[in-house]
Design a protein around this ligand. Structure first.
Ligand SMILES: Nc1ncnc2c1ncn2[C@@H]1O[C@H](COP(=O)(O)OP(=O)(O)OP(=O)(O)O)[C@@H](O)[C@H]1O
Ligand code: SF4
Ligand SMILES: [Mg+2]
Length: 338
């Protein structure tokens, strides 16, 4: 399948901290991989220094695969990834070690992402060693890193099991930031935390971003969480960008039926509101995740979309400007207000 140009772009006055262009990722090898639907299919975006771009979508929509391609953990099948203007798409492992300090990651699960047999100090010093920083200098930076995320510096001597989930995620953030990166991939960094801890960690991330001018690629299921931290967002479905734009506009006035369905499906703390949303979603006629396979040439949302027509099954809609957002929908003007 040909990758279409699907761009989420700010108007950066400087070189973007991160630039992804026409990214395609297929898992597997050989004929099987060529036949399968790509996990990521023609995705483009850029992130300016100090900016957060949210990536939202249901489970399996390709969010983590984008993160893995950016981090060099999964080779792209096509497209480019640039860090501070430098093409890092096909760096060898050795070459990548030179950019590793500028590009860091925080994963979802604070329990599995920290090695239980290593002290927090050993965990924080490890990435510094790759940069040639050792001994007392490295330990001093590890202590300062812990203090910057609200933990005591002497936590370097403790083990992960001695911390709560929220505290472990602070350690994971300190580990990401101790190298003073330019770009951080945050793959569902608060999904495993309870609501009040989520808010604390999101506030911490916002403060650190603003103090240090960090660019965040912030991956989440939920537009509500993304809205807290991001300026712009990309809504992903089956590896393709359905809608993108300023996060407030995408959340409050979506122009793509999938964004409407995603917003209506987002969990809310009040059961009555949750039930009302579910009824509204059912009344609107949105199908469920895992519905029938769409045609390869048309819009991927056809099997679930109450607005679909023959045109939708025949032609894949390009992203186009509708109000404040770019939406990949032939009938975006007919999408009902939330
Ligand atoms: N290592 C892999 N090998 C083969 N297929 C994979 C692999 N990792 C992911 N996939 C497939 O690629 C698609 C995208 O997966 P990905 O993990 O990027 O989704 P996601 O949006 O991050 O989902 P979640 O919200 O559940 O984390 C899915 O269909 C998934 O099954
Ligand atoms: S292009 Fe058609 S099927 Fe796709 S989201 Fe728009 S109305 Fe629905
Ligand atoms: Mg994921």
């Amino acid at each position: 399948m040909t990758a279409t140009a699907q761009t989420a772009s700010a108007v950066p006055s400087t070189v973007p901290a991160l630039e992804v262009k026409d990214l395609v990722v297929r898992y597997g090898r050989g004929r099987r991989a060529r036949k399968d639907v790509p996990a990521v299919d023609g995705v483009s975006f850029d992130i300016a220094p100090g900016e957060t771009l949210g990536v939202v979508g249901e489970s399996g929509s390709g969010k983590s695969t984008i993160g893995k391609a950016v981090l060099g953990l999964q080779a792209p099948s096509a497209g480019t990834v640039k860090l501070n203007g430098q093409d890092i798409t096909s760096l060898s492992l050795k070459q990548r070690s030179r950019v590793v300090a500028d590009l860091r990651v925080v994963f979802q699960d604070p329990y599995s992402s920290l090695n239980p047999s290593r002290t927090i100090g050993q965990t924080l010093v490890e990435p510094l060693r790759l940069m040639g920083i050792r001994g007392a200098d490295a330990l001093g930076r590890a202590r300062a890193g812990l203090e910057s995320v609200g933990l005591p510096g002497d936590a370097v001597d403790r083990y992960p099991s001695q911390f709560s989930g929220g505290q472990r995620q602070r350690v994971a953030i300190a580990r990401a930031l101790v190298c003073e990166p330019k770009v951080v991939v945050l793959d569902e960094p608060v999904s495993a935390l309870d609501l009040s801890t989520q808010a604390q960690v999101l506030n911490l991330l916002a403060d650190l971003r603003d103090q240090r001018g960090l660019a965040f690629l912030f991956i989440a299921h939920d537009l509500g969480v993304v809205r807290f931290l991001a300026q712009r967002t990309v809504v992903l479905y089956r590896g393709q960008v359905m809608e993108t734009g300023p996060v407030d506009a995408v959340s409050s006035a979506p122009r793509h039926p999938y964004t409407v369905a995603l917003t209506a499906a987002a969990p809310v703390p009040r059961p009555a509101e949750q039930a009302a949303r579910r009824q509204a979603r059912e009344a609107a006629g949105f199908g469920v995740a895992g519905a029938a396979q769409p045609s390869a040439t048309g819009c991927p949302f056809v099997p679930r979309c109450p607005l679909s027509t023959d045109l939708c099954a025949d032609q894949r809609p390009p992203l186009r400007l509708v109000d404040a957002n770019l939406a990949a929908c032939h009938h975006a003007e007919r999408v009902p207000a939330l």
